[in-house]
Write a protein that binds this ligand. Sequence first.
Ligand code: NAP
Ligand code: G4F
Length: 373
Amino acid sequence: MWITSSFTRFIVFVPDRPCLRVHQRGVPLTRRALITGITGQDGSYLAEDLLEQGYEVWGLVRGQANPHVARLRKHIGDVQIITGDLLDQGSLISAVEQVQPDEVYNLGAISYVPMSWQQAELTAEVTGMGPLRVLEAIRVVSGISASRTTEPRAQIRFYQASSSEMFGQVRETPQSELTPFHPRSPYGVAKTYGHFITQNYRESYGMFAVSGILFNHESPRRGAEFVTRKVSLGVARIKLGLATELRLGNLDARRDWGFAGDYAKAMRMMLTTDRPEDYVIGTGVTRSVRELVELAFATVGLNWEDHVVLDSKYTRPAEVDLLCADPKKAREQLGWEPEVTFEELVAMMVESDLALLSFSNRPEEEPFSPDHW
Ligand code: NAP
Ligand code: G4F
């Protein structure tokens, strides 16, 4: 064992434990975060934000040779990796035990809605039961008794990535923290379980466990299967003469789209408030897929009607027609505001994909792959 010290922090290294900090009057000198889903879009932005804030960041990664880790390492070097899987309770207990985090962000999920109809059971296990397993890992490692206690205590704080998909067939517009849920997909149902089990652990054990009900948020790092990235990549391919058409499903669906970087900040803010509460995060403006498409094509001087082809392959068994956030609580209590407008977001994504496809020096690789952040 050896000890280093500086004016700002003390670090104690113990051979089989990663890094135990010395606390001053019970306050950790550097906050340590553990993120599940760190290889996804939001994981990358959250890791960047936390590192900027001086956190030590750990990411839970599944699989013995996860190809997404190289991409993460390339873009965000300072993250430390620990293996584990949301399907495996023991691995989560080990991860929390080893990392000894101050904060745990559960972003891991099967997040693509159409896939949740094809693999409904797996979605329930990963997206629904995953949060329960992370909460249990925190409970066990923190020594919180399974018998009921609502005494708040100094402990690991937990963030659950809840979703506006839970509102589904909306009961009111805009949707707030008080709007009832009516999920329309196995994904939405699984997220609703994750949401309520988080609330239940807060109420049952006094845990600092919160859910952010996030509306759609996008970026150049978005997976190519989601509509915004599919459109930005499609527009770039057509502009560069690599394709002539873009096949899409329901153009009438409306979403409240924001920038993922802004939403990652909201996650951190929710875990640094005094009281554990749930928050809706969105812009408060709703647009149709048609408006998205029109704007994206116009960005490069093209008319969308010359290129977009409707394809029933992309319509869903049950659709969420309209989402629009009421982010008043987050604005008033967290001081959170989105910074990037819809127009800026669309331009950012189209420009990024134009650059990606123009300058790719490895054209043999599939440029639609999200591996190309
Ligand atoms: P994403 O890009 O699809 O990332 C999903 C992450 O989950 C990946 O890192 C993936 O890791 C991981 N994962 C999948 N199965 C796992 C398992 N069995 N064990 C551990 N990790 C697993 O999703 P995102 O857009 O960043 O979204 C982050 C979270 O917010 C998700 O929970 C999503 O449902 C939720 N959410 C997203 C939005 C949005 O608009 N983006 C809105 C509301 C809520 P691999 O690299 O191993 O595949
Ligand atoms: O981009 P999407 O696939 O996102 P969706 O289903 O709204 O889900 C995303 O946001 C949720 C938050 O509300 C997250 F919880 C979830 O993890 C995910 O990040 O589809 C958006 C809309 C849908 O109405 C869909 O029917 O676009 C419509 N759409 C039309 N044509 C299409 C397509 N969607 C996709 N993916 N591909 C199409 O060709």
